[in-house]
Design a protein around this ligand. Sequence first.
Ligand SMILES: O=C(O)C(=O)C[C@]1(C(=O)O)C=C[C@@H](O)C=C1
Length: 373
Amino acid sequence: MSDSRGSAGQVTLDDLRVRIDAIDCELLNLISERARCAQQVAEVKLAAGDVGEDGQVQFYRPEREAQVLRRIMASNPGPLKGEEMARLFREIMSACLALEQPIRLAYLGPEGTFTQQAAIKHFGDSAVTKPMAAIDEVFREVEAGAVQYGVVPVENSTEGVINHTLDSFMGSQLKISGEVVLRIHHHLLVGPNTRREKISRIYSHAQSLAQCRKWLDAHFPHAERIAVSSNAEAARQVRTEWHSAAIAGDMAAKLYELEKVEEKIEDSPDNSTRFLIIGDSSVPASGDDKTSIVVAMRNQPGALHDLLAPFHKNQIDLTRVETRPSRSGAWNYVFFIDFRGHRDDPLISETLESLRQCAADVKVLGSYPVGVL
Ligand SMILES: O=C(O)C(=O)C[C@]1(C(=O)O)C=C[C@@H](O)C=C1
């Protein structure tokens, strides 16, 4: 080994760069070896005829990916943060999966939406993504088999549930195979023709305008607020329009080359949105899972109590309960319930069984790994 000390006993820049080059070389070889392993995994899966409910070989394994990322975060020695390290491995796995078979996804578009950002956060950059104009079109694209998975928003921490997504589940056989939570940062963006003091119109999606309402009241009380179909559409519009600004995220700012007049203008600092991954197949337990169900209750006194009693009895952690009008008959309601645990856990299957005794209908939308990143 060469002496890496400078004249004053210090490590020199050149020495450190030689070390970094050597480490990169090792990383390169190790990542390549990992990629060759993934290719062999694909051969094993093909030879075993390892097909899912959609009749296709299951190259993508959500539960395994969650376990890999959790292990990386748990054993990360630092100084990089666990989440940072997991993001690097997310990309390595995404590229490895693309060697087995590139994954195809539909998401709520247009390009530049937070949903696209969530899709890339969950599947990595090697996924082939296709923007759709509406949530029900994402469902239809997956149902038609044009893509393997879909990504749709389901709830926002400040604005609540996205009803279109819940309603789409009612008429669909698709299952939930994952969740991803994205911190939502809104920026005030302008095109090359607009200066801050000239802004008279502000475009965004209605939810984003609502999420920045206090900031807008304080800083742009006289600007007209115009709701459009998405943040990305707002960004596209102000690219060429004078005296106009958009509220949108980083992805749209980059895509339309807009200037950030002000960053992070959301009223609530921990504003986040949860997205669901929808597909055809059920996901085995990963060790830390959630289950989502829809329950139709009989219209009788004590129905809500009966619904919640089995969860209480078995000490199951409910993470969300949402009510929506059922589409069959006036004044009938269904409950969307999320809770910790996997449908194959004995306690969870017992709870689901008790629920079936008192409910008119129980549909399991899916058990899936708790979002890691
Ligand atoms: O373990 C598998 O089943 C693999 O296909 C390998 C691998 C990986 O790169 O670690 C790749 C894709 C899957 O989604 C999960 C994991």
